[in-house]
Design a protein around this ligand. Structure first.
Ligand SMILES: [Zn+2]
Length: 53
């Protein structure tokens, strides 16, 4: 069972979680579902963009 740390979505199918993203932030392991991965990546890109200003 994998749980998305962003929206709380749970997925018990290992094959379905292959598209999920795992990242380590502040020493903690975070897991994001495919939908949130896209949202999260976009948010991170947005942050990068903001740093340029
Ligand atoms: Zn999610």
């Amino acid at each position: 069972m994998t749980t998305c740390d962003f929206c709380g979505r749970q997925e018990s199918d290992d094959a379905a979680t292959l598209t999920w993203t795992t990242s380590v932030e502040h020493g903690r392991r975070k897991t994001y579902c495919d939908t949130c991965s896209r949202t999260h990546l976009r948010a991170m890109e947005g942050k990068l963009d903001t740093e340029f200003w």
